[in-house]
Unconditional design. Structure first.
Length: 170
């Protein structure tokens, strides 16, 4: 039976000198900045008075790019292709003792004319860069989106799942 190259998260230490019970538990989320011309696809959450990129948590054994594509489809009805990792951001909340790392992929629509279909209480909309400063975005990435939309922002590289079984034997 193959072993993973890395120990499970629950046995990792927060740092090399800290006790084993000071683990750094991290919640992972994946989102997509879907670009169409000078617009980005956002979801309005009227009850919270804010806007978000489509995204969510990966399912068991789902890779990050697949998670972002699935979440866009579920939340907006649009099929997309991810073209790269645009941002990696972290929310480390000392009040709620919650740490979230979010991978935000740049994506393009398979069918740019596809009809937007939102989940109950959610309104997906194409938003121009001119409107971004007036929206309450969560997380607050509105200042980074115009460069991503125009292509002036750099792109990280998403390499994918790097797990390989460890080699056993001599």
């Amino acid at each position: 039976m193959a072993r993973a190259e890395y120990p499970p998260t629950h046995s990792m230490r927060a740092d090399s000198t800290g006790p084993a019970d000071q683990v750094s538990l991290v919640e992972v989320r994946c989102a997509a900045a879907v670009v169409r011309g000078d617009q980005v696809l956002l979801i309005e959450r009227p009850e919270l008075h804010d806007w978000v990129l489509p995204g969510g948590r990966p399912r068991d054994r789902e890779n990050m790019g697949s998670c972002a594509r699935r979440e866009v489809r579920e939340e907006t009805g649009v099929d997309v292709n991810t073209t790269g990792c645009a941002f990696v951001l972290e929310v480390n909340d000392p009040i709620e003792h919650r740490r979230v790392v979010e991978l935000i992929f740049r994506a393009e629509c398979v069918d740019p004319a596809a009809e937007l279909v939102g989940e109950p209480g959610r309104n997906p909309q194409w938003v121009t860069t001119a409107r971004l400063p007036y929206l309450q975005l969560r997380p607050q990435i509105g200042g980074y989106l115009p460069d991503l939309i125009t292509g002036r922002g750099g792109m990280g590289r998403y390499i994918g799942n790097m797990w390989r079984p460890s080699r056993s034997g001599p």
